[in-house]
Design a protein around this ligand. Structure first.
Ligand code: HEC
Ligand code: HEC
Length: 289
């Protein structure tokens, strides 16, 4: 009997391993759409603002873009966001503009592998101008010498990948190559807010329609991402309170916002950008009645 049970377990483990390999070993072969990469100071400054405040690459790749462990435990795994600079161990040493575009907008590495945890299903909506500015900024990063070990998936990350939940390999759910996208029309505040809520990840955590949800794959004990529509904070908060909460990480009632909410980065958006997200959230149907 014990032998039969052990055999069953072994077969289940092998089947799981094969299913995981199908996801992890899949290769995506396509020519990415590469934007023009500008060289002027204004574009590079725009790239920095995207990398720090809007798309918050620093949240995972580190304040100096030298790479760091995004998750580091035996259950989920040891997941490393690589060094993006030209320093030793950095991908910037060898990356071409096409490699940057493929990694950021398609979520695929130069070897054709779908990147794990890297949220390209948000960045696929970056406009061509913004992607070009971002690449211009990344190419000019001061070199940081920092080599990271390869990512090792733990049982939880592996399970989430096999179950296809929690957007673990964004490339799997996208069509490649991601086509070029235009920027929101100048002066269209609501369109700008929708754009920022998408590429800025608000919708990725707070759910489509910003209706609020438990964030898939979030560590146990993380509160649900709040309802940002008129039935949620929109029912009682003012625009100034919304901006204040993002800038300080403290709600109008004085309680702190859980650090899983990346307010430190979102709070570095401009007044106009925060106002645009608020304006967009107010156009959304209330999530609850
Ligand atoms: C939620 C965390 C997270 C955020 C935010 C994030 N990344 Fe990543 N990124 C990762 C991880 C983890 C990997 C490694 C994935 C792998 O090796 O499978 C990665 C991989 C990459 C790679 C591929 C490197 C290679 O070896 O092929 C590039 C380039 C990159 N990220 C750039 C960016 C840029 C630019 C931004 C912001 C626009 C960004 N990332 C935002 C987590 C993140
Ligand atoms: C990585 C996931 C994640 C991202 C990205 C994210 N949020 Fe959040 N957010 C959360 C979670 C989780 C909470 C709940 C925190 C708590 O209850 O303490 C939250 C709370 C908030 C709150 C406080 C609401 C309340 O009811 O107290 C505001 C405001 C907010 N988020 C706005 C935004 C905006 C705007 C963006 C995009 C710029 C954004 N969030 C991006 C996860 C996220």
């Amino acid at each position: 009997m014990a032998g039969a049970a052990a055999l069953c377990l072994l077969l289940a483990a092998l089947a799981f391993r094969a299913a995981l390999d199908r996801h992890v070993d899949r290769r995506y072969a396509f020519a990415p759409v590469v934007p023009a990469v500008p060289a002027d100071g204004a574009a590079v400054a725009r790239g920095r603002h995207l990398a720090v405040a809007i798309a918050a690459c620093v949240a995972c790749h580190g304040d100096d873009f030298g790479g760091r462990a995004v998750v580091d435990n035996a259950v989920f795994g040891h997941i490393y966001a690589p060094n993006l600079t030209r320093g030793a161990g950095g991908v910037g040493r060898s990356f071409t503009a096409a490699d940057w575009a493929r990694a950021i907008r398609d979520g695929v590495g130069p070897d054709g592998r779908g990147l794990v945890v890297m949220p390209s299903d948000e960045y696929e909506h970056l406009s061509d101008a913004d992607l070009g500015a971002l690449i211009a900024f990344l190419q000019r990063l001061p070199p940081v010498s920092h080599a990271l070990p390869p990512t090792r998936l733990g049982p939880l990350a592996a399970g989430l990948i096999v179950l296809g939940r929690a957007r673990m390999i964004a490339a799997e759910t996208m069509r490649h190559p991601v086509p070029a996208t235009g920027a929101p029309a100048p002066g269209d505040t609501v369109a700008l807010g929708r754009y920022l809520a998408t590429v800025g990840g608000c919708a990725g955590c707070h759910g489509p329609g910003l209706a609020g949800q438990r964030v898939p794959g979030a560590p146990p004990g993380t509160p649900a991402a709040s309802d940002l529509t008129r039935s949620g904070i929109g029912a009682s908060w003012t625009e100034a309170q919304f901006a204040g909460a993002l800038r300080t990480g403290v709600r109008p009632d004085g309680t702190p916002i859980n650090p899983f909410m990346p307010w430190k980065y979102a709070g570095q958006m401009s007044d106009g950008e925060i106002a645009a997200i608020w304006a967009y959230a107010r156009t959304l149907p209330p999530a609850h009645r």
